[in-house]
Design a protein around this ligand. Structure first.
Ligand SMILES: Cc1cc2nc3c(=O)[nH]c(=O)nc-3n(C[C@H](O)[C@H](O)[C@H](O)COP(=O)(O)OP(=O)(O)OC[C@H]3O[C@@H](n4cnc5c(N)ncnc54)[C@H](O)[C@@H]3O)c2cc1C
Ligand code: FES
Length: 261
């Protein structure tokens, strides 16, 4: 049975702008009042990337920000779907959402450590902004220095941001996992008093298995098909039973203790 939280109505949005942010990333701004008013951080929208039968399967994208009647996405060009979206500069666009469960309400007794990789920073920024978090850090890993605009958007939310680049062109040189380990060793992150939310590519999520599994959440951004619980195309293996959990309805955020990754 479909959860009551799922909102399956098709919504016609209007592309307002589509801006290249370098390194294959782009910012997509869509006017879609019904979604903008309902969406909570961590939820995603299933986008029909063009008005034809191909590609048949919609692509899910986390909401980066919602304000008034506008929703924003931060997208990286990877395959055919994201490329088609990148090429869409104006016009009507077919959306379903918001889908998925929102991120949990922020706890008052823990520091929240938001760790993003690539476009995985998008829902984390929305979370920090939406709840006006006070006790939190953002740690952002990229291959190379972030685009100036993207960096300024993070700084609008907090100064407590750390950038890690693989090529060393900005911030810490190396992997975000190594940086987090250093912060823990230096007691700049107090493991027992922190909750972690991590969103990024699967290998990055896997590399964070050293964090406390009950207080670490990972956002799964793998393949999806229907987006609302019917096809099992997004299933992840549950740790507690012989069952599978659906990223689109039971996720996309799971505790590390809940799933096999
Ligand atoms: C919850 C969630 C949030 C996401 N948020 C973002 C985001 O904010 N920014 C971002 O850049 N990316 C995000 N992604 C990833 C995004 O949805 C796409 O996977 C990514 O853009 C690559 O899609 P593509 O069409 O370019 O690549 P392609 O290689 O063309 O497609 C990759 C994809 O394979 C598709 N697919 C194709 N055929 C099948 C099939 N037969 N069965 C099942 N799946 C199939 C899936 O839809 C899939 O995602 C998110 C994914 C999820 C699940
Ligand atoms: S994508 Fe179909 S069940 Fe999740």
């Amino acid at each position: 049975m479909l959860s009551r939280e799922i909102y399956l109505k098709k919504i016609e949005g209007e592309i307002l702008n589509n801006i290249d942010l370098g390194d294959g990333m782009f910012q997509l701004l869509i006017s879609a009042e019904e979604i903008a008013k309902r969406v909570k951080p961590g939820q995603f929208v299933n986008i029909k990337v063009q008005n034809s039968l191909h590609p048949f399967i919609r692509r899910p994208y986390s909401v980066w920000n919602a304000e008034d009647d506008v929703i924003e996405f931060l997208i990286k060009v990877l395959g055919s779907g994201s490329r088609l979206l990148y090429e869409r500069k104006r016009g009507k666009i077919d959306l379903i959402g918001p889908l998925g469960k929102p991120f949990p309400d922020p706890p008052s007794d823990l520091e929240i450590i938001l760790i993003g990789g690539g476009t995985g920073i998008a829902p984390l920024m929305f979370y920090a902004k939406y709840y006006s978090l006070s006790s939190f850090k953002i740690i952002y890993g990229l291959k190379t220095a972030p685009n100036e605009y993207l960096y300024s958007r993070i700084q609008e939310i907090t100064d407590n941001v750390f950038i890690c680049t693989e090529d060393g062109s900005f911030g810490f040189k190396g992997l975000v996992t190594d940086f987090v380990k250093e912060l823990i060793e230096d007691r700049y992150i107090i493991l027992e008093k922190s909750m972690f939310i991590i969103c990024g590519p699967l290998p990055m999520l896997r590399a964070f298995k050293f964090l406390p599994p009950e207080r670490t959440y990972v956002s799964m951004e793998g393949t999806m098909a229907c987006g609302f619980g019917i096809c099992m195309g997004c299933a992840v293996k549950s740790k507690s039973s012989n069952n599978y959990l659906r990223t689109c309805t039971e996720g996309p955020l799971f505790k590390l203790s809940e799933i096999e990754i």
